[in-house]
Design a binder for this molecule. Structure first.
Ligand SMILES: [Zn+2]
Length: 314
């Protein structure tokens, strides 16, 4: 008998195009349209997972109430930038950000119910730069952090691992869990670029010491450098932590030809990283993975890398 095919869900929705960042912004509705057209072409044996709107109480699993109110007020007052910094908003942005967080929670629920073994959530705006108290770097709410806390609170899981392979360091996710030993945060990122955080020496604080792993990579390096680091550092960290669920902040801006990132990963690099993540999830948590779109600013490259990621989850 052949190995049973793994059921991989995907989530995408035109509602995410309503977050309007203005003309010539790299994190554009157009990049999303190109990606979702590519996902649409995947066959029906990739079940489409419906999303939902996150409740405010769910957002507060990872954010301070006053920061939630800042987002709400800035959007209500028709501001075009979040007052906390470098994040374009429009009158739809608060609702779209809640939908993006909610999609992650719906995906987590679908995996926990056993309907699918994993889900890729194509959402925007991205989330990993948002801290408990501020949005920045095109991010409003930190969807992956909200999903990790939701897995613990709603589903009673104890140990969640987050692997973040966006080209930028996920300073927001790191900050939210820096002292929390129940969430292992691992970041592969290009050294010396925005947001200029994530040195290898940062390993977590207090009770969370040892559950942060930063792997800065030299600019212009190719995928084999990242994969070598994965085998040397990520595999033993995951094996020591024994996660009950694996979340992935899947940015695709480390891909060659990205206009913002300076790494040179190929679609095959993303597939190879996905196969490694899948092996970790199969070993420790029954294959449970939810990944989400973070960055990726060359629309065609984003689409082909994301499709390679989804196919490698099977
Ligand atoms: Zn990025």
């Amino acid at each position: 008998m052949s190995e049973p095919r793994r059921k991989v869900g995907i989530h995408y929705d035109a509602k995410y195009e309503k977050h309007d960042t203005g003309p010539s912004h790299p994190e554009s509705a157009n990049r999303y349209r190109v990606l979702s057209s590519a996902l649409e072409e995947l066959p029906d044996d990739f079940p489409r997972i419906p999303g939902r709107r996150a409740a405010v109480a769910e957002v507060l699993l990872a954010h301070e109430a006053y920061y939630h109110d800042v987002v709400y007020q800035d959007v209500e007052s028709f501001a075009d930038q979040l007052r906390t910094g470098d994040t374009a908003i429009c009158e739809e942005s608060y609702d779209v950000a809640l939908e993006a967080s909610g999609a992650m929670l719906a995906a987590v629920d679908a995996v926990m119910r056993g309907e699918v073994s994993s889900v890729f959530c194509a959402v925007r705006p991205p989330g990993h730069h948002a801290t408990a108290t501020r949005g920045m770097g095109f991010c409003i709410f930190n969807h992956v952090a909200i999903a990790a806390r939701y897995l613990q609170k709603k589903h009673g899981l104890k140990r969640i691992a987050i692997i973040d392979w966006d080209v930028h360091h996920g300073n927001g996710t790191e900050a939210i869990f820096i002292s929390d030993p129940s969430v292992l945060y691992i970041s592969l990122h290009e050294n010396g670029i925005y947001p200029f955080t994530g040195p290898a020496t940062e390993r977590g604080h207090g009770a969370g010491e040892g559950t942060t792993l930063n792997i800065p990579l030299p600019s212009n390096s190719e995928g084999d450098v990242a994969l070598k680091e994965w085998d040397a550092q990520i595999t033993p960290a995951i094996d020591a932590f024994k996660p009950e669920f694996l979340l992935i902040s899947a940015g695709f801006d480390a891909r060659v030809d990205d206009p913002i990132g300076g790494l040179r990963w190929s679609d095959e690099t993303f597939a190879a990283m996905t196969r490694r993540a899948l092996a970790h999830a199969e070993k420790w948590c029954g294959g449970k993975i939810v990944s989400m779109l973070e960055g990726g600013y060359n629309p065609a490259g984003l689409a082909s890398a994301a499709v390679a990621h989804v196919k490698a989850l099977v």
